[in-house]
Write a protein that binds this ligand. Structure first.
Ligand code: NAI
Ligand SMILES: O=C(O)C1=N[C@H](C(=O)O)C[C@H](O)C1
Length: 255
């Protein structure tokens, strides 16, 4: 229940942003400050002391893959719920987060490779289509300042498609390539080829190209502006306080 300012019975949700001076962090600070039911209590970046986030109920992390695990561990141990958009989460990293959370069962963490609602749907549609096509390739396109390739979204999509193909009994996609300049066929993520494009002017875009006899299906999503991620981030901030344990992806929150 909320009052007319949108605040809950305990007042606004106290939010800290980690990576606050980054491209996403700046946008998240703006979105939190504009949300009637939230209060930005800490905006931290590299070199700042994390203890300044101790008064937050929820910390939102958009930093880098090499620091996100330390931040997440600090959050869980401090009893601060975490909403994480930073990429680089392997199966091993997720297991590690589950272990930390097991020791603090009241704490929640939402880790999502993409907070864009359209991107979440694009991944769902791709997973659904996967069983019907013998060929599939992913082409992701991003701004050239991105540190990781392929993107977290592309990696997550490839894994979901690979799982759906395996469940449908599909073998490897046909490919007669014998002679290849290294990289020409992209990265192999669980048997799905992923191609990463970097160009000035792009923000975040992904195409999933399916093919079978006589037809192709292309599922495409474009983020033209980082505001596209904000409804998903705010949704996760609101939800994480009542979702102890690990939530991967935004899908369960949308349903
Ligand atoms: N899940 C999603 O929907 C989205 C995820 N991302 C991911 O979020 C991450 C950040 O992306 P951008 O904002 O574009 O990068 P960015 O490079 O603009 O920002 C990262 C920020 O983190 C700061 N930082 C580094 N170490 C830190 C530390 N120990 N503590 C606090 N801050 C620290 C940096 O100084 C920088 O300001 C990337 O992994 C990116 O792939 C980006 C967009 C959407
Ligand atoms: O670095 C980015 O910009 C983005 N990173 C995420 C990813 O790697 O999937 C989400 C989105 O693609 C934007």
């Amino acid at each position: 229940m909320t009052d007319e300012q949108g605040k809950g019975p305990q007042g606004p949700i106290r939010v800290a942003v980690l990576g606050a001076r980054g491209r996403m962090g700046v946008e998240v600070c703006r979105a939190v400050e504009a949300a009637a039911d939230m209060e930005l209590v800490a905006a931290l970046d590299q070199g700042d002391d994390l203890s300044a986030a101790a008064g937050a109920e929820v910390a939102v992390d958009f930093t880098t893959p090499d620091v996100v695990m330390d931040n997440l561990r600090w959050c869980v141990e401090a009893g601060v719920h975490a909403v994480v958009g930073t990429t680089g989460f392997t199966g091993r990293r997720l297991d590690q987060v589950r272990d930390w959370l097991a020791a603090r069962p009241e704490v929640g963490a939402v880790i999502a490779p993409n907070f864009g609602i359209g991107a979440v749907l694009m991944m769902q549609f791709a997973e659904r289509a996967a069983r019907h096509f013998e060929s599939v390739e992913i082409i992701e396109q991003h701004h050239p300042r991105k540190l990781d390739a392929p993107s977290g979204t592309a990696t997550h999509t490839a894994r979901r498609i690979a799982q759906a193909r395996a469940e449908a009994g599909l073998g490897p996609a046909p490919d007669a390539t014998k002679d290849e300049v290294p990289g020409a066929r992209g990265a192999d993520i669980d048997g799905v080829r992923v191609h990463a494009v970097r160009a000035t002017g792009l923000v975040a875009h992904q195409e999933v190209l399916f093919g079978t006899a006589g037809e192709t299906l292309t599922i495409r999503h474009d983020s033209y502006d980082r505001v596209s991620f904000m409804p998903g981030v705010l949704l996760a901030v609101r939800a994480v306080r009542t979702r102890p344990g690990l939530t991967i992806g935004l899908d369960p929150l949308l349903d």
